[in-house]
Structures are given as C-alpha cells and as structure tokens.
Write a protein that binds this ligand. Structure first.
Ligand SMILES: [Zn+2]
Ligand SMILES: [Zn+2]
Length: 231
C-alpha cells in the first residue's frame, strides 16, 4: 500500500501522540535512533510521563520496543509522523509567506494549528506554497532528506570559510533563548556568513554576519548548517 493510501485508512492519533511522533521522526532521521531521555527534554515532560506515553503508543501500534529495547516507529507510526511533520512545515511556510510572521515565531504558532489540518487542506497548502522541500528553518520535509545532506554544521567549518546559512535544526528551533539570540543577530537561512574563529578547546565559534561579529557556543552551532557556495 502506498503511503498516501495507508494515511487515508489511518485514524489520526491524538495531538499529544502526534507531537511525540514528530519528535521521534526527527530523532530517527538525524540521530539514527529514538532516545526516551531526549524525548522528555524536547517535549518538556518528565521521564515518567514519557515512559507512560510510550507504553500507550506501543499498545496502539505506533511504535515497537519501549522500555530497555530500542524504540522504532512502526509503518503506521512512520506514516502518521510524516503526515504531521509535513503539516507542521507547510503551516510554518504559510505563516511566513501569507501572514508575514517572523520565521522564528512560526514553529510555536504552527504547533497550535498543524493538528487540525485535513489531508485535503494539506494538498492545497502544498500547491499554494509550490511544494517546498524544506521548512523555513531549512529542515527537510519527509522524502527530501537528500536536499540537506551536504550542508555542513558550523562547528565543522574553519576560519576564512564563506558560506550560506541554510538550516536551523529542530533541536534548537524550539529553544526560546537560542531563537531570541538568532533573531537578534538575524541569523536566518539564506544569510551569508564568514567564519572568523573556531576554537574547539573553548567550544566557541566566531562568525561575521551583516558586518558584525557574533560568538556562538558549540551547543547551538552544531545544529546550524551551512552550504559552501557552488558546492
Ligand atoms: Zn518547526
Ligand atoms: Zn521549521
């Protein structure tokens, strides 16, 4: 059964389960595994709550292998995760392009809207938005992971490198302090930056953007990706 057919036969999970599925997809995509402790952190809930929810999710066939075993999305879990993350990312674009909401405010706003979008509306959004391959923060829609593959974490760049900032990862997209910082210095995808200094012993990197210098720590910088021009 194709993914779309499978999606049409599925009953959508609750909003909370959709949020879990979305985060699980991001972890599977970029960490290669789903880590329960990380889920608790990302979703800002206690490990006990995560454990309880994972139990329910396994009972309802969204995942396999809770507890000590590795957690995996089932086929229907993955289909549901793809669906919600697509709706999330399309909503972010809609907020940016129609409502002119600053890109770093779209993630939270999208969270309140994404769950109610029907497959029909999703299709219309996709058309209006010209079938985007990445969200406004540069994270790939399901099926377009290859688009972001060659982008390099800022922490891997060297002084003198001139690059284009392309992606702010989901792991920092919802950290209000980081977002405020990025907003202040206009560190948006598409901006040209130059690496001035990369001090691994100090875990800091200094970049130049719009004629000013900004120091970033490795914790956020490892989740910001750039593209070398003409690479
Ligand atoms: Zn987002
Ligand atoms: Zn995004």
């Amino acid at each position: 059964m194709s993914e779309n057919n499978l999606e049409n036969t599925l009953t959508r999970p609750s909003d909370t389960i959709e949020d879990y599925l979305m985060n699980m997809h991001v972890m599977e995509r970029d960490l290669g595994e789903i880590v329960a402790a990380r889920l608790a952190e990302l979703m800002d809930v206690s490990p006990a709550t995560v454990a309880m929810t994972l139990k329910r999710m396994e009972r309802d066939d969204w995942i396999t292998g809770k507890g000590r075993k590795k957690i995996h999305l089932t086929d229907i879990g993955r289909t549901a995760a793809y669906s919600v993350i697509r709706r999330h990312m399309l909503t972010e674009w809609l907020l940016v392009s129609i409502f002119k909401i600053p890109i770093f405010e779209t993630h939270d706003e999208a969270h309140g809207i994404q769950h109610g979008i029907s497959p029909n509306l999703e299709e219309k959004m996709r058309e209006i938005l010209n079938d985007p391959k990445v969200c406004p923060h540069g994270n790939p829609l399901p099926g377009y992971e290859h688009v972001t593959e060659d982008w390099i974490p800022l922490t891997d760049l060297s002084p003198g490198d001139s690059v284009i900032l392309r992606r702010i990862h989901e792991f920092i997209e919802d950290n209000p302090e980081v977002i405020e910082f990025l907003q202040e210095y206009q560190l948006f995808p598409g901006k040209k930056i130059e690496i001035k200094e990369n001090l691994s012993f100090n875990q800091t990197i200094k970049i130049a953007i719009d004629g000013q210098e900004v120091t970033l720590g490795y914790p956020p910088a490892q989740y910001m990706f750039a593209e070398r021009p003409n690479s």
